[in-house]
Ligand binder design. Structure first.
Ligand code: GTP
Ligand code: MG
Length: 330
């Protein structure tokens, strides 16, 4: 399982209470008040961590709490601050206010840190209440409560290029050939169950791009059929979308219909997706039917930018990589 949406209840630490104490020492008959302040409660922080793959930690443990501050002590000693509660989130995480839906944080970089909830301040010890008219105050205050809130964490993969296609179109085959990722390939639909990100390397340019392979989508995916829209959020951040079509129509499909359906599902999920740069890879060009189908496709869809490829013969893959680079860096 891949966890990309969780609800969490978080609580910062309460401040430590102020202390009431008087100085008691031999030969000092009226030692003044010396109760110290309480320590501050711990904060709840989030930090981006590239080694964290998804949000499973929070699926299994949705409640987190920072430590309470230590109470103040005699001799005007301030209590120790409560330990912060540090939550490590995968890159691409959004923190959302459960109630208003407002996005409160977006983690995109390794090491990026943000305080979500502030710990409560420490209470005042009696020594702080001493004044000219009250030399022996017996007054203290309690530590303040820490902030407390429910949040939603949502993970949206960060990649430059997103692959979209019906099951079996060859998304994972392509990912394996042009990136470092090694997703499973199978002749049955829904081989891929989780999104994965691979690096497309451009050694001559000392540069790289990230490509996201997601599970296949089907008619009605945007209404949550099949594996549904759950995974479309993982291509929302891409600047280039590559629609992969099985040009051979192996499962009895028509590439033109596939294209129309994919565009429809993307737009239905979010109009914005259609304003990205969209290209088509005509896959399985090694199959005999593919050549004729490609001709038909080009005739019916002259406006579509299409690159014929084959994951079997590796035809067209270099051109595809170059296209990615040009479009992503443009
Ligand atoms: N002949 C031919 N077969 C291919 C080509 N590319 C992929 N295939 C085959 O098509 C089948 C599906 O490939 P995958 O890469 O798993 O397809 P996918 O799009 O990732 O499928 P899902 O993960 O189920 O959405 C496998 O049996 C591949 O061997 C190609 O260029 N030519
Ligand atoms: Mg796949």
């Amino acid at each position: 399982m891949f966890y990309d949406e969780v609800r969490v209840s978080l609580k910062a630490g309460k401040g430590g209470d102020g202390c009431m104490s008087f100085r008691r020492e031999k030969y000092i008959p009226f030692g003044g008040p010396d109760g110290g302040n309480g320590g501050k409660g711990g904060d709840v922080l989030i930090r981006g961590d590239e080694n964290v793959g998804d949000l499973r930690t929070f699926h299994f443990k949705p409640g987190w709490k920072a430590q309470t501050g230590e109470g103040g002590k005699g001799k005007k000693m301030v209590g120790r601050s409560g330990k912060d509660c540090l939550l490590k989130l995968p890159l691409g995480s959004l923190v959302i206010n459960e109630i208003t839906g407002e996005v409160l944080a977006e983690i995109t970089v390794h090491g990026q840190e943000q305080i979500l909830l502030q710990g409560g301040g420490g209470g005042r010890g009696n020594s702080t209440f001493k004044s000219s008219i009250n030399q022996a105050p017996r007054q203290t205050t309690e530590g303040k409560a820490g902030e407390e809130h429910d949040f939603k964490f949502i993970l949206k993969t960060i990649a430059d290029i997103g692959l979209v296609g019906f099951p079996n179109a060859g998304k994972s085959s392509l990912t394996r050939l042009i990136t470092t990722a090694t997703p499973k390939i199978g002749s049955y639909p829904f081989t891929t169950l989780n999104p994965s990100v691979g690096i497309v390397d451009y050694p001559d340019l000392f540069d790289q791009l990230k490509l996201a392979d997601i599970p296949g989508i089907i008619d009605g995916a945007s209404e949550n059929r099949g594996l549904g829209i759950r995974f479309l959020k993982h291509i929302e951040r891409c600047s280039v979308l590559l629609l992969i079509l099985d040009m051979a129509g192996i499962d009895g499909r028509s590439p033109v219909d596939d294209y129309d359906q994919l565009i429809h599902e993307l737009g239905n999920y979010k109009k914005d997706l259609l304003s990205k740069k969209i290209f088509v890879a005509a896959n399985k060009m090694d199959e005999p039917e593919a050549t004729e189908n490609l001709k038909t496709f080009k005739r019916l869809k002259p406006e579509v930018r299409i690159q014929p490829i084959s994951c079997l013969t590796e035809e067209g893959l270099e051109e595809l990589k170059n296209l990615f680079y040009k479009e992503c860096k443009a």
